[in-house]
Design a protein around this ligand. Structure first.
Ligand SMILES: [Zn+2]
Ligand SMILES: [Zn+2]
Length: 135
């Protein structure tokens, strides 16, 4: 059994997975999230700080919900959420649509890349192989 101290209230609890927060605190945060969601839905020009104040959480927590795409603002220009790459105003997540594509491409590229340099290095270290290959 994995027993840990709750990061929020300090109480000991049986840790399973995810952030080290006890079930009671998790419940509380979840309730606040539901309130935040409701608030954003009913407030056309909601901002990060307005949500934080409304449901009594830190702006950090509100931004966490946004990064997880659980909280979606209706108006990007006032929400105070920006793309981590280009700084463009966005309504949810971490990147604007354009940068999200770019990041996805980069990730795919990074997975394919490791093969290429290895082949090149072998060629250089073994000139005879290259000679045979050219024939
Ligand atoms: Zn707790
Ligand atoms: Zn962007």
């Amino acid at each position: 059994m994995n027993v840990r101290n709750c990061k929020n209230c300090g109480r000991l609890f049986n840790y399973i997975a995810g952030p080290p927060i006890c079930p009671e605190c998790k419940d509380q945060v979840e309730k606040k999230f539901q309130k935040a969601k409701e608030f954003v839905r009913n407030t056309a020009h909601a901002t990060v700080s307005m949500v934080a104040e409304e449901v009594d959480v830190s702006e950090q927590q509100v931004k966490q919900w946004i990064r997880e795409e659980r909280l979606v603002f209706s108006d990007a220009t006032v929400a105070g959420v920006t793309c981590e790459v280009c700084g463009e105003p966005i309504t949810t997540g971490r990147f604007c649509a354009k940068c999200k594509n770019q990041v996805m491409n980069d990730l795919n590229g990074a997975i394919k890349k490791p093969d290429a340099p290895v082949v090149k290095k072998k060629e250089r270290e073994n000139p005879r192989m290259r000679f045979l290959d050219n024939r």
